[in-house]
Design a protein around this ligand. Sequence first.
Ligand code: ADP
Ligand code: MG
Length: 461
Amino acid sequence: TWGRVKQQLLESVGRNNYANWIEPLDLKKVDNGVAVFSVPTSFMANWVSRNFSETILSHLKAANASASRVEFTVEPHQSRGAAAPASVPVQTQKASPAPKVKEAAPEMPDLPAADLPGAPLDPRFTFDNFVVGKPNELAHAAARRVAEGGPVTFNPLFLYGGVGLGKTHLMHAIAHEIRQRDPELRVLYLSAEQFMYRFVQALRDRQMIDFKQIFRSVDVLMVDDVQFIAGKDSTQEEFFHTFNALVDQNKQIIISADRAPGEIVGLEDRIKSRLQCGLVVDLHPTDYELRLGILQTKADSYRGQYPDLKFADGVLEFLAHRISTNVRVLEGALMRLFAFASLVGREIDLDLTQECLADILKASERKVTVEEIQRKVSEHYAIRLSDMIGPKRVRSIARPRQVAMYLAKHMTTRSLPEIGRRFGGRDHTTVMHGVKRIEELKGTDSQIADDLEMLRRLLEA
Ligand code: ADP
Ligand code: MG
């Protein structure tokens, strides 16, 4: 059956995907509803499991294989996957559910009581590796200042911003810096979730005295993602007392959250006001320049890792332009691109980028609405929005209306009838006519062509 299923997969995933990802799979066995495949590299295991496990499973089911799950075992085989790394540790990837991009699950090892119950620091999260741009320069400067130590200046330092903008990176950087400068200092970094976990564990094991003693004897306390304790009353209570005890002793505290203290729903007011006492700085969403800077830095280090890969001009600019603000997504995209290119032995150019990152590019597409298009086009031609969707047929209004219809057709996923409805209930043939007319004009009337270009940019920004 696998032969037949493969044949169907060829049709459903396309020749390229098939050759790269499906063809090298070996079905080893179906055991207890688990279909086990061997793949030559762990990168492939990850990739296939992320991108194709559902498709494979549904085809298996259709072929009456009694599988409810697929798994991938890494078994390097010499004859295939020429670009694969020489040796890969054997490991099994659980396939479903497909992993989503999210915060890594915190590690919660049982530590010896004498040790600080902190989380491990990521060695890559240093100030050296942090690219500074307009959106993060204040947060960076504040973090630097706190890391320099001296008389406590900002206490607490409160960093906030959206997912993947570098909060954790900056906190680790501070911790690295302080530890390096003064190895004697007791620096404790952990997530708010881990704080709660430790607290609950201490309660359960009747070790609250130890808990308090440990947390109140550190020199620097860093709590990441503090929004997590919102609504968790006894944890908040304990956090509040820990916080106060440390501030009283002039110990540095650094906190991060996904929003400003005042906006964390379910956080006690007295905690909010404590958190606002020091310096509150936010990391703004990245802009194009910062994204490009980050991509260039990361690409340089990948080039070192994959010295044979060719890298075309314009790829990083394209990514910086197309992928939205989250740096983690940006990094993931670049990593995948290099891994993919080295696996298939191709140059990294725009074609490969679009092929390899189709899902990411799609997910970060900005969704433009017909209403936005109508508004921008009306502004551009200085006509009223009510005229845009009204009945008037004079050229000075009809032409902008057709431009808006054209943009709606090309920039949204709305069908012609849906677009017609948003233009005062016009028929889909009217929309079609308008779109056609602009398509013709675009080739002959440079003013229209310029207008379209400019409107498109405005709408995509
Ligand atoms: P947050 O904690 O705000 O969700 P992280 O600090 O975990 O975000 O950052 C997500 C990823 O993006 C990390 O790998 C981090 O190294 C990287 N990153 C974020 N901002 C920058 C930056 N300015 N320069 C370099 N890497 C960055
Ligand atoms: Mg974080």
